[in-house]
Design a protein around this ligand. Structure first.
Ligand SMILES: Cc1ncc(COP(=O)(O)O)c(C=O)c1O
Length: 411
């Protein structure tokens, strides 16, 4: 008789994990307050309050609340003066928006490999990729795990480059006690539905630099100046303003973030300890410089050889049938995405660039291994569960491993 749930056996777990988003009467009250105030956009106070509270939460002096994380990245790049023909060095292990933001400002994403034990951009590879066209480094704190900011800052300083942090998964994450986002010149956050604090959609730019703040503020508000007239437009901006409804929800969500982060970190510590005892599962490096992590994603490694040669997709399906929402994550490096074809003429071979970039021959071994065979993810909502919930995750892995022959024979 089949043991594995995927073959008709009894699942390890039939209860759901905590669902997302989480809200209560605080969000309800905040939304009604905005509704009744009739100040739904410009003129209200919630956006400004959220900009102040969130930027200060991230140890940044200034914040600009915008429509989403993609817009936040694009505005951050424009504020730094990145444009036609400029190269921006970034990671291929990220969501597509990291690269589209660069392409939208007509700059060129230069993808370099990630570190095998962190899945973040490898600073040594960044240094090797610098050319006379390089203007910025765009690290992503993947899953909420801060990239190596010590090394990246050194490289940026030595080569006179900007650092734009993609902190779209990293609310509250810390590198040596300092919250991410404004460790470099400027950073971007997302509050889209899956994110650890959410208003359905939303984003934020943070910085400690007054000039960058003023530019970002103008770019998100149709090129206006903070004290300028309504119909005077100085920069090529657009309307990227966050609404009062979004800001009101986010103010309520922010109050829960510390407690949620504490719980996720505690559960990850427990999972790291238990899962790493299973032959074929290993965890990312424990780095003491990371003093806090949002764990938007719990990313860990799978070795197909130890699971009878089964690809991660098959094992993930078996685990899902056991009631554990494990995902394979990014299934290809960003430079393999078909959408890049649309940028082939401009900016990738634009005359202003004077060169041409063709990603079809690019092969970065660490990210390819992470995407094709190694990386597995568990989402942030699952990490809000109890210790017993985490035990179910471990038990399901053990069960699938013990019954790997049954899984292989049914393929
Ligand atoms: C790493 C990363 N960068 C950028 C974004 C873009 O954010 P948004 O979806 O809010 O535009 C996301 C969101 O999914 C992300 O995870």
């Amino acid at each position: 008789m089949a043991k594995l749930a995927i073959n008709g056996g009894k699942p390890t777990r039939e209860k759901p994990f905590p669902s997302w988003p989480i809200f209560d009467e605080n969000e309800e009250r905040a939304l009604l307050e905005v509704l009744r105030s009739k100040q739904w956009g410009i003129g209200g106070t919630k956006k400004k309050e959220f900009e102040e509270k969130f930027s200060s939460y991230q140890n940044a002096k200034y914040g600009v609340a915008v429509t989403n994380g993609t817009a936040a990245l694009e505005i951050a790049l424009r504020a730094c003066g990145i444009g036609c023909g400029d190269e921006v060095i970034t990671t291929p292990y990220t969501f597509m928006a990291t690269a589209t933001a660069i392409l939208y400002v007509n700059a060129i994403p230069i993808f370099v490999d990630i570190e095998p034990d962190t899945y973040n951009i490898d600073p040594r590879k960044v240094e090797d990729a610098i050319t006379e066209k390089t203007k910025a480094i765009l690290p992503v704190h993947i899953g909420g795990r801060p990239a190596n900011m010590d090394e990246l800052l050194k490289i940026a300083e030595k080569n006179n480059l900007c650092i734009i942090e993609d902190a779209c998964q990293a609310w509250g994450s810390e590198w040596r006690g300092r919250r991410v986002g404004a460790i470099g010149n400027i950073g971007a956050f997302s509050f889209q539905s899956s994110k650890n604090i959410t208003s359905g959609e939303g984003g934020m730019i943070v910085t400690n630099d007054k000039e960058l703040y003023t530019k970002a503020w103008s770019l998100h508000n149709c090129g206006r100046l903070p004290e300028g007239a309504w119909y005077d437009h100085y920069l090529p901006g657009g309307n990227y303003r966050m609404t009062e409804f979004q800001a009101a929800i986010l103010l309520a969500q922010l109050k829960r973030l510390d407690e949620h982060t504490r719980r996720r970190m505690e559960n990850v510590k427990y999972l790291n300890e238990k899962l790493s005892k299973i032959d074929g599962i290993s965890v990312l490096k424990n780095d003491e410089r990371i003093t806090r992590s949002s764990y938007h994603l719990y990313i860990f490694k799978y070795d197909p050889e130890a699971f009878g040669g089964l690809p991660k997709e098959k094992t993930a399906k078996a685990l899902q049938a056991e009631g554990i929402p494990v995902s394979v994550g990014y299934s290809k490096p960003l430079y393999k995405e078909p959408y890049l074809e649309y940028f082939k003429k401009c900016p990738l071979s634009c005359p202003y660039y004077g060169k041409s970039v063709d990603y079809s021959n690019l092969k970065l071994p660490v990210v390819e291994k992470a995407c094709y065979s190694e990386g597995l993810w568990i989402g942030q909502n699952v990490l809000l569960g109890t210790k017993e919930d985490m035990d179910d995750i471990v038990a399901a892995f053990e069960k699938v491993k013990e019954n790997i022959d049954e899984l292989r024979s049914k393929l």
